[in-house]
Every structure is written in C-alpha cells, then in structure tokens.
Design a binder for this molecule. Structure first.
Ligand code: OSB
Ligand code: MG
Length: 372
C-alpha cells in the first residue's frame, strides 16, 4: 500500500443536545478527519481528540500539528504491506495516540477497501450485530436526566450510563434506581474522585451497578487497585488504559474487572486489538467507548465492537442522538431491540458524504511526499 498523500480536515458539528461530564460541557464539536490517499483508494479516519485537553492531554490543535509536522511526513511516500505496519513508522513520536489513531484507522479503512473486505472481517470480528448502550451527561436538573433515561430505554438501549461527579452522584443514582430497579445501569466519573473519598464511593455499592468507570486519577492504576479491593462494584478503567501493557498491569493488580476500549485513546486498531486480546486471555470483558464521534469514527467503533470479547453494550449509539445530519450514509441506526446490525460492504459499510464534509469544513491541508 503506497501512501501518496494525507489530507487533514477540521469540520464543525453542533450537537443536538449539550454533553456534560465532570470536566465540563460541550455544545458543538470540532472534529479532525483524515483521508489517506493510497493508489486510487481513499481511506477515512477520525482523530477523537476533543476541543480542549480535558479528557486527555491531546486536543484537536495538538493532533493537527503533530500529524501535519511529524506523523504525515513520516508516512507519505512510503509503502507498507498492511495498515497495522504504520504504527512502527510513527513510533518515533511518543504519545499522541489520538493523532496516530486517526491515521492508522484511515489506513485500515483503505486496506479493507483495497482487499474488497468489510473492515470488521479484516479486524478479525465475529459478531453480526452489536449491543448498544448510551452515555447520558450531567443535566441541569435530575428531572431532566430522568426524562432522558426514560427516552433512551424506550428507544431500546440495553445499558444506561450516567456521568457522575461529587454533588451529582448518590442522589442521582438513588432517583434512577427507585424508578427502574432492574435496568442495567453504570456510571462514569471521569476521574472526579480521590482515594480519601473511599467512604463516599462505598455508597455506590448499594445501587447494583454494572460498573463504575474511572473513579480516580486519569493516569492511575495502583490506587484503583486499592479501591477495587474495597468495593463490591466492578471498576472499569477508561482514561488509565493507554495500551495493552496498561491493560495487563491493571488486570494483574486487580485495578479493574472491566475495560473500556477506545481505539483513539490507545493509538489505533492494532493496539486496540492487543488490549482486547490481553483482556480476553484473562477473562476480563471489554466494551467499546465513545468520544462523541461523527459517523466516520462511529463506523470504526462499530467494526471494532464485532470482536469476540466485546461482551458488554458499548457507548456506540445512533447518529441522531448527536447530530441533525451525520457525515455518513446511511446514518448509524439502532434497532428497537437496542442493536446495530453489521453491514457487509467493503470498508465500514457507511459511505462518506464528501459534499457535506466540504460544507462543514473550516480548514484543510494536504501533506504530500517531499513536502516539509
Ligand atoms: O469518558 O466515556 C467517556 C465523551 C467524551 C469524553 C469522554 C467520554 C465520553 C462519553 C460519551 O461518555 C460517549 C459517547 O456517547 O460517545
Ligand atoms: Mg469514560
């Protein structure tokens, strides 16, 4: 596969409803899309770096300049046998996994199209449909949150996850549980607690949660192990898992019983598969996280979720929960049974609406061989 050029585009997409986590509220997304041009076939990827460096140290402008100045120049003009080999060519750059994933995943898309294979098969998936959950942000009132939970349950979603932070946690979980005693429920703290809040976190045990996601520091494994030994509720790590070695360490130390896999957070499909494999070997279920992706990244999350050990519903939900109009067609749809069925066309099975992308685009740059 000869990599002839890489195009970076920033598109702006307003969210249908704001999304709030323990680190802040977002109303509109700035999304970095990558196109790799390889011998007549284009592959598309999305870098999930956000508007601000709050979820992770990466953000869209760091991803843009890292790709523009370092990652793309390391790749253009080179030939690789398969998409996963691109990781070696980018390994001189430390970190910047979301930037790397945007490119590597575009190459996987191109490779699948060149081989006329569905991406999910190229990745080694087995599932023909995947289970969907939703992640519901912090709202202006508990009543507003309860309305959202009700609507998502009515739409068929199989697991409800709510964002929590000090002051919006036990009170909220209590209200949800008293109304819906039996639903599959989890919560995500995005690192909002500290170990001295142990007695407070113990109260979460009464709600029969599927898991509590990332309660402590974003870069920690050790103290999560201490906490997990004290809690009945399973801890799921998100931010703390940067690669397969982190997953192995977290499982070995008992820091979590479930792992959230985000392909952007770990640097691309190659590493995401390794995280999956490490967890599978230790009988630790994984599920696919989300980063408010456009259809491009969403289609990639769907393909990844077909791997065997994605045994719990993901944060992979319908386009219309996020966007008035998505950049792929068909849009991502979820059945009344809360499932997405897997498409069989070559690549992701979702066509890119290039015309719409051009309309939403606010900056564009192409890196070609020989350019500085
Ligand atoms: O922690 O999983 C998270 C969104 C942005 C940043 C971090 C997270 C999230 C979500 C949303 O929970 C998942 C989604 O619906 O895409
Ligand atoms: Mg999370």
């Amino acid at each position: 596969m000869k990599i002839e050029a890489i195009t970076l585009r920033e598109i702006r997409m307003p969210l249908v409803h704001f999304f709030e986590t323990s680190f802040g509220r977002v109303h509109s997304r700035r999304i970095l899309l990558l196109t790799v041009h390889t011998e007549g076939v284009n592959g598309w990827g999305e870098s999930v770096a956000a508007e601000d460096p709050f979820y992770s140290s990466e953000w869209i402008d760091s991803a843009w300049s890292t790709i523009r100045q370092h990652l793309a120049p390391a790749l253009v003009g080179r030939s690789i046998l398969q998409a996963r080999d691109s990781a070696d060519l980018m390994s001189r750059v430390r970190g910047h996994r979301m930037a790397k994933a945007g490119i590597e995943n575009a190459l996987w898309d191109a490779e699948a199209r060149q081989k006329a294979l569905p991406l999910w098969k190229l990745l080694g998936g087995t599932r023909r449909e995947i289970e969907c959950g939703v992640s519901i942000g912090i709202q202006d009132s508990v009543e507003q949150l309860l309305e959202k939970v009700e609507a998502e349950l009515a739409a068929g979603y199989r697991r409800i996850k709510v964002k929590v932070k000090p002051g919006w946690d036990v009170n909220v979980l209590e209200r949800i549980r008293s109304r819906w005693p039996d639903i599959v429920l989890s919560c995500d703290a995005n690192s909002a607690y500290r170990l001295d809040g142990m007695e407070h976190l113990r109260k979460f045990d009464q709600f029969n949660l599927l898991m509590i996601e990332q309660p402590l520091w974003c870069d920690d494994i050790y103290y999560h192990a201490r906490l997990q030994h004290e809690l009945r509720t399973a801890i799921c790590l998100d931010e703390s898992i940067r690669h397969a070695r982190d997953a192995a360490a977290a499982v070995e130390t008992g820091a979590c019983r479930i792992v959230n896999v985000k392909v952007g957070r770990v640097g691309g499909f190659g590493e995401a598969k390794k995280v999956h494999d490490v967890c599978q070997a230790q009988n630790i279920p994984v599920w696919c996280g989300g980063m408010l992706e456009s259809g491009v990244g969403r289609a990639h999350n769907i393909a990844l979720s077909t791997l065997e050990n994605f045994r719990l519903p993901g944060d992979v939900s319908a386009s219309k929960r996020y966007w008035r109009e998505d950049v792929v067609e068909p849009e991502v749809e979820v059945s009344p049974a809360g499932m997405i069925s897997i498409r069989d066309e070559a690549g992701t099975g979702y066509r890119i609406r290039e015309h719409l992308i051009r309309k939403l685009c606010v900056r564009e740059e192409t890196v070609r061989a020989g350019m500085k």
